[in-house]
Write a protein of this length. Sequence first.
Lengths: 113, 116
Amino acid sequence: SQQGEEDPQALSIQEGENATMNCSYKTSINNLQWYRQNSGRGLVHLILIRSNEREKHSGRLRVTLDTSKKSSSLLITASRAADTASYFCATGHSDTGRRALTFGSGTRLQVQP
Amino acid sequence: DAGVTQSPTHLIKTRGQQVTLRCSPKSGHDTVSWYQQALGQGPQFIFQYYEEEERQRGNFPDRFSGHQFPNYSSELNVNALLLGDSALYLCASSLASTGPLNQPQHFGDGTRLSIL
């Protein structure tokens, strides 16, 4: 079953606009990761944020984590057509002995040129 | 530095057949995880291999089995294929000493398996 759920399921914006995607999860986590997947390709890691961190930046990406609300957001600023892809959050829960990431169902982002 | 490579890229099989998918991890990585991704869904964890043993398994039937070789490469085998096995199968590698959950997973581009 999916642990994380992304919202919205799909998002269409114009180049230059900002895109915000949200992820909610159900159980306590060690960290949360965001991945991008271009159509028909593998997943590419974007950012890892640990449970004791609240915000992290990488280039045009900003990720926030609110463990009290069990939610995270990914903000892409000044979007480009090349940002068109599906974005997934994935959580790690080592306290359960689980050694694999649990992925959400993803947000499909379309950036119109 | 070679990343994760998977073969074949595409495969078409019929119901009841058996299939073997292959994965070579990123150089320096020793842990391989397999995921199944149905169309429009997120990846679902199948199992993870380390030191040539299955270390953890997701909620998949015994028809799904795997193997890891001394050079850390891995195979995923699926027997008695069903229509519902049609999906993109992804391999991800990591380094056990860092902890697979505390580092980025490196994914291959997957094998697209279609069952007719």
